[in-house]
Design a protein. Sequence first.
Length: 166
Amino acid sequence: MNSISIIINWSGPYSFDQACQEEKQGLYLVHGRNRNGKKPNCKKFLYCGISERNVGKRISEHHWESYNHLENFWWIGRQAFPKRKSRVFLELAEWIIIYFAGPEHNWKKIQNPPSQEVFLINEWYFPCGEKRRMKNVGVMQDFSDVICWSPNSGLVREGNLAVWNL
């Protein structure tokens, strides 16, 4: 079985209205309060989704009544590697994120880990495109920069990366 390496460049945070303007394919995350959830005052990672067409349209079409308020923030993830865009890579990245970060509202992909060996690298950017040096905002604190999953060993390795200037 071949391993797959995936790099996702995350930008944000965005408001709901700003996230709905995104026109490219990719992943999206929502972090904040679920007013209809078990703990409506607790900020947490709520949902991870995917769109292979238009992320903003997918967000606006989905049932976001409980997520569309000023206390929630959205992150948009674009596949940076492999260069060949494919739903397969986006789905594997989404599955790894859901399985190992455990958002409140993704039930299907939390049942079983991926059967494929995956190395996922999450890189974080400001909306303007500048690389973030610190992971101190919302959903970034709930994620590891690197998640390595091997179904053969049953081990997950995760950690955070230091950002350096050369």
